[in-house]
Design a protein around this ligand. Structure first.
Ligand code: PMP
Length: 308
């Protein structure tokens, strides 16, 4: 039996519950201040093998623990606990479709924004294709938002915490208000950083270019995946600072992330990128990406974890 989204099972504080029965204290620091760290972990259904694969699970858990460390959450769970909860709750839902699994460590209880605990966890599988509109488009018309990306000196974009998404929100809301699909942020130095929920690449003269991890971006797992796929296919990949004007003159551009996968950027600030269609290199990388995440590419098979 399958569970519809409104009645799906979630793992919550050690139990598997109907999502409607998972209640949280309104005064908990996670409710009041967004005091939580989380991952969005993609799972892909491989139809030939009748298998569901989680993508780069270990890397997601390493980042979750780094995020928790950076904001000093006292996490009572190990990576073994993370993985067991993750697999148990997917099985409890009997999912055989692509998922994004939200795995969140949050500060519970009656503390304040300064509390280090009590920390607890939920794991909520979300069938794909039911999240933000910009994740389901074939190509994106993008603006450079007037808001700057948060920086390592104030609130590090390296930390995947709920509160950081308010910076994403203001950029995204501005983009939508002005008729764009999404935005790109510049960092405090005025250089290109990333999208509100995705990393960014351009292609110039056949070279695949993305901002450095020190240019105010999340340590994105998809960014790393794209770099490694591109290198394996023989493309030159360069991690370097990107100027704003390069956005308008590059040959191809795309945003990428676990939810976004790889989505071409067709224009920036109404400057058309290339010929306004999905570029050849973007298409080539995307096709391979879709095979890699389903465990179909031998070279990258160690990135997938079978659920069933
Ligand atoms: N940047 C930001 C701001 C994000 O929210 C995300 C989505 N987690 C990404 C980049 C892409 O990260 P990942 O590839 O690990 O999903």
């Amino acid at each position: 039996m399958k569970y519809d989204v409104a009645n799906r099972r979630i793992w919550y504080k050690g139990e598997i519950l109907n999502v409607n029965d998972a209640k949280i204290n309104i005064l908990a620091p996670t409710s009041q201040f967004g005091l939580n760290v989380f991952e969005g972990i993609p799972c892909y259904w491989n139809e030939e093998e009748k298998q569901l694969y989680a993508f780069r699970l270990e890397d997601h858990y390493d980042r979750l623990l780094r995020s928790a460390k950076l904001i000093q959450l006292d996490c009572p769970y190990s990576k073994v606990d993370f993985k067991k909860a993750f697999i148990d709750v997917i099985k409890a839902n009997e999912y055989d479709e692509n998922l994004s699994v939200r795995q969140t460590l949050f500060v519970d209880g009656f503390g304040s924004w300064g509390s280090d605990g009590p920390v607890d966890m939920f794991v909520a599988p979300i069938p794909r294709g039911r999240t933000s509109a910009e994740y389901n488009k074939k190509g994106l018309h993008v603006c450079v938002t007037s808001w700057r990306r948060i920086s390592d000196e104030t609130l590090s974009p390296r930390i995947k915490c709920g509160a950081n998404y308010i910076n994403s929100r203001v950029g995204q809301r501005e983009a939508l208000r002005n008729g764009y699909d999404t935005c790109l942020f510049l960092n405090e130095a005025g250089k290109v950083s990333e999208g509100p929920g995705s990393c960014f690449f351009i292609i110039k003269d056949g070279t695949v270019i993305t901002p450095q991890l020190t240019d105010s971006v999340l340590e994105s797992i998809t960014r790393d995946t794209v770099i490694k796929i591109a290198q394996s296919k023989g493309y030159e990949v360069v991690e370097r600072t990107i100027d704003r004007t390069e956005l308008y003159t590059c040959d191809e551009a795309f945003l990428c992330g676990s939810a976004m996968e790889m989505t071409p950027v067709l224009s920036v600030d109404k400057y058309v990128i290339g010929d306004g269609e999905t570029g050849m290199i973007t298409k080539d990388l995307h096709m391979t990406y879709l095979d890699v995440v389903r465990g179909k590419v031998e070279e990258f098979k160690n990135w997938v974890t079978p659920i069933y």
